[in-house]
Design a protein around this ligand. Structure first.
Ligand code: ZN
Length: 410
């Protein structure tokens, strides 16, 4: 037990080993552990102080925590809401700087300050209104904020099936407000935080909107409609964010765009970059491409040729991706894992996604859209004797391109 590490409590499928945790810890601790999200990427751990936006400890923030703990001993729960330092700090420093439309932030602010009125609150104020949850219609399911945004059986499924894949099991020991703040701070602590936060907020916003449509417009709830709505609002917000960021970076550094610099002499970079020693006689060649239509429709396709130039394998599949570049990265990761599974250790990969190749080559670009996937791919580099990446213009990559498109029926 003394030698155990946290990773010993995590299954290979990246879920908590609940059986083991329940044996080692008592009920409440076990529940709290299982409620923590597990990081799926392979980046290194680091120590940070969660109570300041800079993640660095300051005496001032430490004092504020002590003060709020001290005051909480003399305060009612309602007072505690008002002085809870993390919530106050979150609202002051984080909330209004989050990506996404202002209405999302106002909704979020109302939720975490407990000022959004739903069924239970109307009942408490003796306002005659149906206080049951309008979504699940499960008998006795009273519509509280926790129920509506997280604990409703139907909403649990929406979270689990969203592209964030958030599990809402074991959340009974953490209130909705802390749950939301924890998730946002968790996403915020990672690279490429904007898109995850936008996806998270778009889920919250869509739940609220669909709930209101059911109550006020008499619509019936449909999962398809929900995800369509959520994908649309998230896409619009992501595009707006991307536009704003690129505008800001253009204003900040108008003279340098690494993409332009390298694009101009791309033909001199052939092959693009290579890991290991190239054994020309043994090298398999692969062409890979991806198609991306929207959040629910992406596909990848690749074709592998033997060292003798004979078509060895073709593959295509559809999946869910947040962006076109993420779909491209998924394509390369799929291809690499397939090759390793078939003991192909000399591989030359051609892709027409310049932005992805640049990121793989370690060029800093304004948007690191696929950090986790890039880390996965870099991790697999080490298994190859030679892995070579070649840029191929789209018109020379039509085999893979058509494979991917056909998978979506395009
Ligand atoms: Zn419900």
């Amino acid at each position: 037990m003394a030698d155990m590490m946290i990773k010993d409590l995590i299954l290979p499928s990246l879920h908590w080993n609940t059986d083991l945790i329940n044996v080692l810890f008592d009920g409440e601790w076990a529940r709290k552990i299982c409620a923590m999200p597990i990081c799926v990427s392979t980046s290194n751990d680091y120590v940070f102080w969660k109570h300041t936006p800079s993640r660095i400890y300051s005496v001032k923030s430490g004092y504020a925590i002590c003060l709020s703990t001290h005051l909480s001993r003399y305060s009612t729960p309602k007072d505690l809401n008002r002085i809870n330092y993390p919530v106050k700090a979150f609202c002051k420093r984080k909330l209004w700087h989050l990506p996404g439309p202002q209405v999302w932030k106002i909704l979020l602010w109302k939720i975490i300050t407990d000022s959004l009125s739903v069924g239970a609150e109307f009942a408490r104020r003796n306002i005659v209104m149906d206080q049951m949850c309008p979504l699940c219609c499960v008998p006795d399911s009273i519509e509280t904020l926790d129920h509506l945004f997280r604990d409703c059986v139907l909403v649990k499924r929406l979270w689990a099936c969203s592209s964030l894949g958030i599990s809402t099991n074991f959340t009974d020991c953490i209130c909705l407000r802390d749950w939301i703040i924890n998730w946002i701070l968790f996403f915020d602590s990672k690279e490429n935080s904007s898109s995850s936060i936008i996806l998270f907020l778009s889920m919250v916003w869509s739940i609220w909107r669909v709930r209101n449509e059911v109550i006020f417009s008499g619509k019936t709830f449909s999962v398809d409609y929900f995800y369509n709505l959520q994908a649309c609002v998230a896409k619009a917000a992501l595009e707006a964010e991307e536009f704003a960021t690129s505008k800001a970076s253009r204003l900040g550094q108008s003279s340098f765009n690494p993409l332009d610099t390298i694009r101009s002499d791309i033909r001199n970079h052939f092959p693009f970059f290579m890991v290991g020693e190239k054994g020309a006689c043994k090298c398999f060649r692969a062409k890979v491409d991806a198609s991306w239509v929207d959040f629910s429709r992406a596909s990848l396709g690749w074709v592998v040729y033997s060292p003798e130039g004979v078509r060895y394998c073709t593959f295509a599949r559809s999946f869910v991706a947040e962006s076109a570049i993420q779909a491209e990265a998924m394509g390369i990761r799929d291809l690499i894992t397939w090759a390793l599974g078939h003991n192909i250790l000399y591989l030359d990969i051609s892709s027409d996604c310049l932005q992805l190749l640049l990121q793989l080559a370690g060029v800093e670009l304004p948007h690191h859209l696929t950090k986790g996937l890039l880390q996965d791919i870099e991790h697999f580099f080490t298994f190859f004797h030679c892995l070579c990446f070649t840029f191929l213009p789209r018109h020379l990559n039509m085999v893979a391109h058509n494979l991917a498109r056909a998978e979506l029926g395009l």
